[in-house]
Ligand binder design. Structure first.
Ligand code: C2E
Ligand code: SIN
Ligand code: SIN
Ligand code: FE
Ligand code: FE
Length: 660
């Protein structure tokens, strides 16, 4: 049987060749390097040898050289079979050493089998042993051998270096993007978090930790997500929503800080579905407590304004002060959240105050108990501070109302004086059965109600100066309005004072176009309240960073009508309605809500719409950046006659250029 020797340092290569050659009917012996092959072959010479080139101990080139130098082995055919030495000069060198064939892997198995058969057919003994080589040739062999090996080595090293450089670059780029990402995460002003549905906080940034009252993100991560909610059932509702929607935009929730205080959060969250962690939530939160509080204040103030108006109309329709007192007391009970209210009047020259109206008392004492003028806080004074006992028991029973408070079991007592023509005329007293810590607005409203009681008294006495009281009334209203405007701005994320500036500009322009001076108070109030109707627009639309959809526009375009329904019941604001109701009408009739055209639009609204657009474009909005000044002015000029009254725009441009 024909015997083939395989020399290869890789066992799997040897195995493959062995299977192949055995399949073709050869007997196979194998060796794992040149030295082993020589030893085995000298023992039992094969009929043919197939050798790899690169091998430890003795490589294929050295084996071939030794093979040819050995008298017994020299006639046996020698085939190289290599994957690594594939350059033409490698093959030349191999053949120069006396190899019969040089085959490059991977070649099809049948190619190798054919070559083996061919070479064997060429016959054994075809080739005489090479004579012992002279020293010069020996040197030449080593020189060439080295050259071939070095070339290989250099290439290998070069490609390794390239590989290392590439790896470093990838690592650096990864590190860089990791760092950038981390910075983005960490420096984000919004709270950024990652939680899982199971309720663990996995990661968060410093803003998130601080919003919740923790010092570091690490502290938050040791908390269960449920503890971030004011009410635990809210998290279930949140989970239902996120499972259903996969993404929640502008989702409001009531959170709880580390110290237990509640806050309002607005979050945007996505459900991340990855294979390993199918229940991951990622999102951002901002704290909207201030804005929500502002909204509540707007509502409260709206109610209080309506309350003042109710008393106002009671005063103007009744000559008897007692009717107005009753309305005043009802408002105090309702809006100041107290349990009992009384109005005491001074009747000089008597030194006592006596009760003129009262509600909410369990006993009759308030009607009988007299309060000495000297004992009252404002006695004889023109301006009185009133008296505040937020917690009666803490006062040690020194109050002038001690007996009444004890008998009725009241815990809190407040009294505000009122005056007519600068003279002290009485007290408005409120009582509560639990302690009360009022805020400044509560105190202001108490004072405003006392003021109304004074006006009622004044009005009732008929001979007194009506004009003056109306003026006082108007002053009380106007300061309420400004507080209200401020609260609106906070919700709309306007810079503070911005609406005031727009109102001032409107007043200047109104004067310049010749609007009658006696209307200016209405223009002023109308401009302050122009967007009051936005109270009715949901945050998701009002604060939307991009353009509105058709449906959202339909909602947004209702804000002038909302303004109409909010303001029209309030008598003294009726004349100020023109601006809030008509500021989005357009000269060419394409505006809203009614599509009024030209001079059908009230002049005040035509004036204001120029200021509004000038102002809107000059400042950034959630949905677009501010425009440069010149571009705004060009816009106004270009739209005179279509959007704006063509006579108002040039006057505005003059005013703005004069005024800087
Ligand atoms: P606003 O921001 O106070 O804008 C008042 C008016 O200024 C606008 O009335 C419009 O006449 C003008 N204006 C404001 N920004 C632009 C602008 O970029 N280009 C032009 N040509 N005019 C501008 P309008 O259009 O009736 O909008 C009323 C209110 O609707 C706006 O009050 C704002 O609160 C809201 N709104 C308008 N567009 C968008 C939007 O794309 N996205 C969002 N989220 N809200 C919008
Ligand atoms: C969560 O409950 O998984 C999100 C945390 C959050 O609402 O702030
Ligand atoms: C607002 O529009 O939201 C108030 C300020 C202004 O545009 O005049
Ligand atoms: Fe508007
Ligand atoms: Fe506006």
């Amino acid at each position: 049987m024909t015997r083939v020797m395989i020399v290869d340092d890789q066992p799997q290569n040897r195995y493959l060749l062995e299977v192949l050659l055995k399949h073709h009917g050869y007997e196979v012996t194998s060796a794992s390097n040149g030295a082993e092959a020589l030893a085995t072959a000298r023992e039992t010479p094969p009929d043919l040898i197939v050798s790899d080139v690169l091998m430890p101990v003795m490589d294929g080139f050295a084996l071939c050289r030794a093979w040819r130098a050995d008298e017994a082995l020299a006639p046996i055919p020698f085939i190289f079979y290599t994957a690594t030495y594939t350059q033409p000069q490698d093959e030349e060198f191999a053949l120069s050493l006396g190899a019969d064939r040089y085959i490059i892997k991977p070649s099809e198995p049948k190619v190798l089998a054919r070559v083996v058969a061919e070479v064997l057919a060429g016959g054994r003994g075809r080739r005489p042993a090479a004579p012992a080589q002279p020293l010069g040739e020996e040197m030449e062999f080593f020189r060439q051998h080295n050259a071939v090996l070095f070339q290989k080595l250099e290439k290998k090293v070069a490609s390794l270096e390239l590989e290392i450089a590439r790896r470093r670059e990838i690592e650096r780029a990864l590190g860089e993007s990791e760092k950038r990402f981390r910075n983005l995460f960490e420096r984000n002003l919004a709270g950024v978090f990652r939680t899982n549905l199971a309720g663990r906080v996995l990661d968060c940034n410093t803003a998130f930790a601080q919003m919740l009252g923790f010092d570091t993100p690490g502290e938050v991560c040791s908390q269960p997500a449920i503890s971030l909610y004011a009410r635990t059932e809210d998290r279930d509702a949140f989970l239902d929503a996120i499972r259903r929607e996969k993404r929640l935009i502008n989702y409001e929730f009531r959170g709880r800080r580390k110290d237990g205080t509640p806050f309002f959060g607005l979050e945007n969250v996505s459900l991340i579905e990855e294979e390993e962690e199918p229940e991951l939530l990622e999102g951002t939160v901002i704290d909207i407590t201030k804005r929500r509080t502002a909204e509540r204040r707007v509502q409260l103030q709206l109610r209080r304004l309506a309350g003042l108006r109710a008393i106002d109309s009671a005063i103007s329709t009744n000559l008897d002060a007692r009717t107005a007192f009753k309305v005043c007391i009802a408002q105090a009970l309702d809006q100041l959240e107290v349990d009992a209210v009384s109005i005491l009047l001074a009747h000089p020259p008597s030194r006592d105050l006596e009760c003129a109206a009262a509600l909410g008392f369990a006993t009759e004492s308030v009607w009988h108990e007299r309060l000495h003028l000297e004992a009252t806080p404002a006695a004889g004074a023109h301006e009185g501070e009133g008296l505040s006992l937020p917690d009666v028991r803490a006062e040690g029973g020194t109050s002038p109302r001690r007996k009444l408070l004890e008998r009725e079991g009241f815990r809190a007592y407040f009294a505000a004086p009122f005056f007519v023509k600068g003279r002290f005329r009485g007290l408005l007293e409120v009582f509560r059965r639990t302690p009360l810590t009022p805020d400044p607005e509560w105190m202001d409203f108490l004072a405003a109600l006392a003021g109304q009681a004074g006006i009622a008294l004044d009005n009732a006495s008929l001979f007194e100066d009506l004009q003056r009281s109306n003026q006082e009334l108007a002053l009380a209203y106007d300061s309420t309005l400004e507080g209200w405007t401020h609260a609106l701005e906070m919700r709309d994320r306007e810079t503070q004072g911005h609406t005031l500036r727009a109102a001032e500009m409107t007043l200047r322009l109104a004067r310049a176009v010749g609007l009658p001076e006696h209307d200016s108070v209405h223009v002023w109030r109308g401009a302050l309240l122009h967007d009051i109707g936005k109270v009715g627009i949901p945050d998701a639309i009002l604060l939307k960073p991009g353009p509105l959809t058709d449906e959202e526009w339909a909602v947004m375009r209702r804000h002038p009508e909302y303004a109409f329904s909010l303001l029209s019941p309030i008598g003294f604001l009726k004349a100020a309605l023109e601006i809030p109701y008509c500021h989005h009408e357009r000269w060419d009739g394409t505006g809203y809500p009614r599509g009024l055209k030209g001079e059908e639009i009230p002049l005040a609204a035509r004036v204001f719409s120029v200021v509004d657009v000038w102002d809107a474009l000059s400042f950034e909005r959630p949905y677009r950046p501010a425009w440069p000044k010149e571009r705004v002015l060009t816009y106004l000029a270009e739209n005179a006659g279509s959007q704006f009254d063509p006579q108002v725009v040039p006057v505005f441009l003059d005013v703005i250029r004069d005024g800087g």
